[in-house]
Design a protein around this ligand. Structure first.
Ligand code: B1M
Length: 213
C-alpha cells in the first residue's frame, strides 16, 4: 500500500483502515520512521489545516487522533527498537489545561528508543505534579509539551515551580510543542527546546551529558 493511502485514511478518521495500512506497509518492508514521518505526521498536519479552515470540527479531530493512536500502537515497538545504553530517567507530560498528548507520546517513544526510562504523567499535568514526580523518580530531566498558545503560561509556571522547589537548577527542563519556540524557551528559563520527536531525543542525550559523538 502506498503512504498516501494511509495519510488519506488518517485524515478521514478511519482507525481500522489506518492501522491495517500501517501493518501492511511494515510487512512490505517500509521503515517505521518513514510511515510516521511521510504518512502519519503529514496527515495530522492536514487535519489541523482543515480544522483551521473551518472544514473540520472537534469530532473530526477526535476521529483523526484515534486513528493516529491506533497507528502508533503498531509502530511503537518498531520505533523503540534500538540498542542505546540506559541513559537515565525523564519525567514527561503535557502541561496543565492541555489535553493534546499525541506529540508528547511520540517524544516519549523516541526517548525510550534511545535508552531513557520515561515517567509519563499524561496530559493536563499541574506544575506541582511535575515537581513531585521528578523528586520521587530522581529524574534529572523533565520534558514539557504544550500544543495550545493558551497553555504556554502553564509551561512557564511549571518551569518556575521546578526552579522554586528543592530541585532548583539540578533538574534540566526541555520544552516543545507547536506554539513553543527557542525564543520562548529562553524567556521562561528552560534548558532546551526541540521542534520534533527525533531532535528531542538528541537534545535529551545532550542535556543528560551523553555524547553521541
Ligand atoms: Co486541538 N488544537 N484542540 N485537539 N489539535 C490544535 C493544537 C490546533 C493548532 C488546531 C488548529 O486550530 N489548527 C489548535 C490550537 C491553536 C492554538 O492554540 N494556537 C487546537 C485547538 C484550538 C483545540 C481546542 C481548543 C478545540 C476546541 O475545543 N474548540 C481543544 C483544546 C482541548 C484542550 O487541550 N484543553 C482541542 C482538542 C483537540 C482534540 C482533543 C480533539 C485532539 C487531541 C487528541 C489528543 O492529543 N489525544 C486535537 C488534535 C488532534 C489537534 C491537531 C489537529 C493535531 C495535534 C497533533 O496530534 N499533531 C492540532 C493541529 C496541528 O497540530 N496541526 C490541534 C501531531 C503531533 C505528532 O504533532 O503534537 O505538534 P505535535 O508534536 C510534535 C512537535 O510539536 C514536537 O514533537 C512532536 C512530534 O514530532 N513536540 C515536542 C511536542 N511536544 C514536545 C515536547 C518536547 C519536544 C518536542 O520536549 C519535551
Amino acid at each position: 500500500m502506498d503512504l498516501q493511502t494511509i495519510t488519506q485514511r488518517l485524515i478521514e478518521g478511519d482507525a481500522k483502515g489506518t492501522a491495517d495500512g500501517v501493518r501492511e506497509t511494515l510487512d512490505d518492508g517500509t521503515p517505521a520512521t518513514s510511515i510516521l514521518g511521510d504518512a502519519l505526521i503529514p496527515g495530522m498536519e492536514k487535519v489541523g489545516n482543515l480544522f483551521s479552515e473551518g472544514e473540520y470540527f472537534v469530532p473530526e479531530l477526535l476521529l483523526a487522533a484515534r486513528a493516529m493512536s491506533a497507528a502508533l500502537e503498531i509502530l511503537t515497538p518498531k520505533l523503540e527498537g534500538s540498542d542505546y545504553k540506559p541513559a537515565g530517567t525523564v519525567v514527561m507530560g503535557t502541561v496543565q489545561g492541555d489535553m493534546h498528548d499525541i506529540g508528547k507520546n511520540l517524544v516519549a517513544i523516541m526517548l525510550r528508543g534511545c535508552g531513557f526510562e520515561v515517567v509519563d504523567l499524561g496530559a493536563d499535568v499541574a506544575p506541582q505534579q511535575f515537581v513531585e514526580a521528578a523528586r520521587d523518580s530522581g529524574a534529572k530531566l523533565v520534558g514539557l509539551s504544550a500544543l495550545l498558545s493558551t497553555t504556554l503560561p502553564a509551561m512557564e509556571a511549571t518551569v518556575a515551580a521546578l526552579r522554586a522547589s528543592e530541585l532548583g537548577e539540578g533538574v534540566r527542563v526541555m520544552v516543545g510543542g507547536a506554539p513553543v519556540t527557542d525564543e520562548y524557551r529562553e524567556q521562561i528559563g528552560a534548558d532546551g527546546y526541540a521542534p520534533d520527536a527525533s531532535s528531542a531525543a538528541t537534545l535529551a542525550r545532550q542535556l543528560a551529558g551523553i555524547s553521541d559523538a
